[in-house]
Design a protein around this ligand. Structure first.
Ligand code: TRP
Length: 333
């Protein structure tokens, strides 16, 4: 085993990956591959806390994996796997459910949001979702968990559960830290720039998908919401639309905000939006082509999932065995 620090994160296969998933998450994951021991999973068990079409759920993980690899995540350097392929997640989640308080789960903003939006399916899984997420993280003794700011509360709860468990049984779990990237962390909706860019938002035209065609991407950027000024200037509070576009342009090109302000000094929003659209097309085009190629070789992708699950299971089962022993479960002979 390496003595590198452990990183773990996951994305739900509940829809296509967006430009936000790439700039806010996957792009950063790629940079971490050398320095850390990285586990990235596709959290299909979390996905079914809201109703999924089975035929879609059977396909999305393959598409997601193809896109992960096309983004530069090397399956040799990273452990890429599907959550439901490693039963230890469900097993530890049950145990942790018994060390997670009703009151704690009731305070989770994601639960309040999602149950508010989906009053017809407030199921127990949606409520105990954070206990499964805690299991995901604690099984691997993760040091760092790269997530968007919206997930910080779940990581804090994970720590609280770990502290509680360790307090009773000794040092079983490593306490994880959230790892929230500063730039690109929150790519916002192009039509409603105070909301995170997300596939599930109903806003038409606000979300760019990784696999969108160049002409569609350019069209959506042309339509992006701006403001009544004419000046390209970074000011999240007063100019959320322009600031979001600057953020996107900045991550695509590596240019800083001042440089961008200078580049578009005296030019109209039309020019700016056109350039941002082009920059995103340049960024996504090669990824889209590579992902399409990879997706045609299902056996290759299946093999990565198989190896990933094997590697992940080995580590996860070590932690699970320890937990079972600590709580007093009799070892199966
Ligand atoms: N809850 C996360 C999200 O909605 C996804 C997730 C599940 C996750 N398990 C995880 C993220 C473990 C980090 C670590 O974005």
């Amino acid at each position: 085993m390496s003595d590198k620090k452990v990183i773990l994160s996951g994305i739900q296969p509940s829809g296509a990956l967006t430009l936000g998933s790439y700039l806010g998450a996957i792009k950063n994951w790629v940079k971490l591959s050398d320095e850390y021991d990285c586990y990235y999973m596709i959290v299909d068990m979390h996905a079914i806390t809201s109703r999924q079409e089975a035929s879609v759920l059977r396909k999305t993980p393959f598409e997601q994996l193809a896109q992960y690899i096309a983004c530069g995540l090397d399956p040799e350097k990273n452990t890429l796997f599907i959550q439901s392929h490693v039963p230890a997640h469900a097993q530890l989640a049950w145990v942790l459910n018994c060390y997670t308080m009703f009151g704690e789960l009731s305070r989770m903003t994601q639960f309040k949001d999602k149950s508010g939006k989906n009053v017809n399916n407030i199921n127990a899984g949606l409520f105990t979702y954070p206990a499964l997420q805690a299991a995901d993280i604690l099984l691997y003794q993760a040091d760092l968990v790269p997530v968007g700011a919206d997930q910080k509360q779940h990581i804090e709860l994970t720590r609280d559960i770990a502290v509680r468990f360790n307090g009773i049984y000794g040092d079983v779990f490593k306490l994880p830290e959230p790892y929230i990237p500063t730039v690109g962390a929150r790519i916002m909706d192009l039509q409603a720039p105070t909301n995170k860019m997300s596939k599930s938002e109903i806003n038409d035209g606000g979300c760019i998908l990784m696999m969108d065609k160049p002409e569609d991407i350019k069209r959506l950027f042309k339509r992006a919401v701006t403001d009544s000024e004419t000046c390209v200037r970074y000011d999240v509070d007063n100019k959320p639309g322009i600031s979001n576009l600057m953020q996107i342009y900045s991550v695509c090109t590596g240019k800083g905000f001042e440089e961008i302000e200078k580049e578009f000094d005296g030019k109209g929003y039309g020019d700016f939006k056109l350039r941002v659209g082009e920059a995103v097309v340049e960024l996504l085009q090669p990824i889209r082509e590579e992902a399409t190629k990879l997706l045609a070789d299902k056996a290759y992708l299946e093999n990565i999932f198989k190896n990933g699950a094997e590697k992940a299971s080995y580590v996860a089962n070590k932690t699970l065995r320890k937990v079972y022993k600590k709580v007093g479960f009799i070892e199966k002979t």
